[in-house]
Design a protein around this ligand. Structure first.
Ligand code: GLU
Length: 484
């Protein structure tokens, strides 16, 4: 009998919180390749059930940066599609219905345990050094009793009735079978007291309803997968295929993080990397061509991609290698005219120059002075004596910690604006008992390398958050390595 080939439907499901992460692009690339190679669909679903942390700006930044990389999706919140809506906050009724369906079929139950009871339980478990987890209190009570409490207004969640013995197993296409004893899994919450679903419920319901065939996601989700399998079983649904991709790592093998490396896609765009070079680099993170070709286009990656040949070794997100690769794109993939146009659009765009001119023209007499005075708007490495970062009255260690916190305050801003930076820094200084004199001069040096520069906050606004934070993180690294 001829086998009918099912066309893959794959998805990425980012949460729109913070800056667009390079890890999202990495996972998107592998999903995109699988879909495109086999004539399937690549879907973008926005998992925005964490209302406190999700923002429309962050969602837009995900759209913009994936489009910049050429990883266009076939279905998603902005382009629509047959299985929408593609934003979880617009699907809340669906999750409630499915959670209640599990209660009705006996696979889940209502639970009215108060936060106080749960934290007391946690304390007990901590003391007894037993594993954490819900003890099944409401599972073992008569449902009518719990129901009566709910009718009286008690807040309630829905929990899955996890089997109390046996094992849950799933097959990872790359890693083989993964088992976990059900005793290790507690009765996970599916629907929270505020009516919002948990990640597990929403993710499984959506993957099923959106007919996702393969889940390619980061290995940090492996521990969630058994919970998802139990949910598929409870619903009586067929789970998709799973591939857990290796995490991107810093040179010291720790999970890639913004403290050690720039991870925002905005950084790579602003710092002058070509989108096709970045895609190439991300492809190399977990895949080697059969002939070991290292330089390839997105189309070539798609043609050569085979999920079974994904490599699991911890890929090191090595910026020096990315620089090398990007250099090859300059030399071999762009004509002189293309480079000219790129520089005009990227580094010397009218918008960028228009923002710089008013900051500089007050201070120069001849055009050539512009170059000396404003060079840091166009360069990358800033040189300065990092020992000036030692804060009066603080040890080197304490100073480092304070700078780290200060950078964190700037990183928490969606965008750097003159007013926003000023008020955030004022609040920070007041909280930490620091004086403007102590921090503004070192900041100016870290960001511009110059003792005298255009006004600091305006300069930061024009340079943009990603370049500012990267320069400050580099400054902090230099300070920590300095001998004082
Ligand atoms: N919302 C999850 C994330 O932020 C989705 C993980 C998954 O792919 O299941 O990455």
């Amino acid at each position: 009998m001829a086998e009918t080939q099912i066309k893959p439907r794959v998805r990425i499901a980012p949460s729109p919180t913070g800056d667009p992460h390079v890890g999202t692009a990495y996972i998107a690339l592998f999903n995109y390749a699988l879909a495109k190679q086999q004539g399937g669909q690549f879907i973008l679903r926005i998992e925005d059930t964490d209302q406190a942390r999700s923002t429309p700006e962050s969602e837009q930044a995900i759209f913009d940066s994936l489009n910049w990389l050429g990883l266009h999706w076939d279905e998603g919140p902005d382009v629509g599609g047959p299985k929408g809506p593609y934003r979880q906050s617009e699907r809340l009724d669906i999750y409630t219905d499915y959670a209640k369906q599990l209660v009705a079929s006996g696979h889940a139950y209502w639970c009215t345990c108060s936060p106080e009871r749960l934290s007391a339980l946690r304390e007990q478990q901590k003391e007894a050094k037993t594993s954490f987890g819900y003890d099944g209190h409401c599972r073992n009570r008569p449902a009518e009793e719990v129901q009566a409490e709910i009718e009286q207004g008690a807040p309630a969640v829905i929990r899955l009735k996890t089997p109390q013995d046996g094992e849950t197993t799933f097959e990872d296409l790359l890693r083989g079978p993964i088992n976990i004893g059900n005793k290790e899994l507690d009765d996970q919450v599916l629907l929270k007291a505020d009516g919002f679903p948990t990640y597990h419920l929403a993710n499984v319901v959506d993957d099923h309803l959106m007919e996702i065939t393969h889940i390619l996601r980061g290995e940090e989700w492996i521990s969630s997968t058994p919970k998802h399998i139990l949910l598929y079983q409870a619903f009586g649904w067929e789970p998709p295929e799973y591939v857990h991709l290796p995490l991107l790592r810093n040179a010291d093998k720790s999970k890639v993080s913004k403290r050690k490396n720039p991870v925002s896609l905005d950084f790579f765009k602003q710092a002058g990397y070509f989108p096709d070079a970045l895609v190439n680099f991300l492809g190399l993170m977990a895949f080697t061509f059969e002939d070991e070709t290292e330089i390839f286009s997105l189309e070539e990656f798609v043609q050569n991609f085979e999920p079974k040949r994904i490599s699991l070794g911890g890929p090191v997100f090595d910026l020096q290698k990315l620089d090398w690769l990007n250099g090859i794109y300059f030399r071999e993939k762009r004509s002189d005219d293309q480079v000219l146009v790129y520089l005009q659009e990227q580094l010397f765009s009218d918008d960028y120059l228009r923002a710089i001119v008013p900051l500089v023209k007050e201070r120069i007499n001849k055009s050539v002075e512009f170059v000396d005075y404003a060079d840091f708007f166009f360069s990358d490495e800033i040189e300065f004596d990092a020992t000036i970062m030692l804060l009066n009255g603080h040890s080197k260690k304490e100073s480092g910690k304070l700078w780290d916190k200060l950078i964190g305050v700037l990183e928490a801003q969606t965008r750097l604006t003159t007013e926003g930076v000023e008020s955030a820094l004022k609040a920070f200084m007041a909280e930490k008992g620091l004086k403007p004199k102590q921090i503004y001069f070192p900041m100016r040096m870290m960001i511009t390398g110059k003792k005298g520069s255009p006004p600091l906050f305006e300069t930061m606004e024009v340079l943009g958050k990603e370049r500012v934070r990267t320069r400050m993180r580099n400054g902090l690294k230099a300070f920590k390595q300095s001998k004082i």
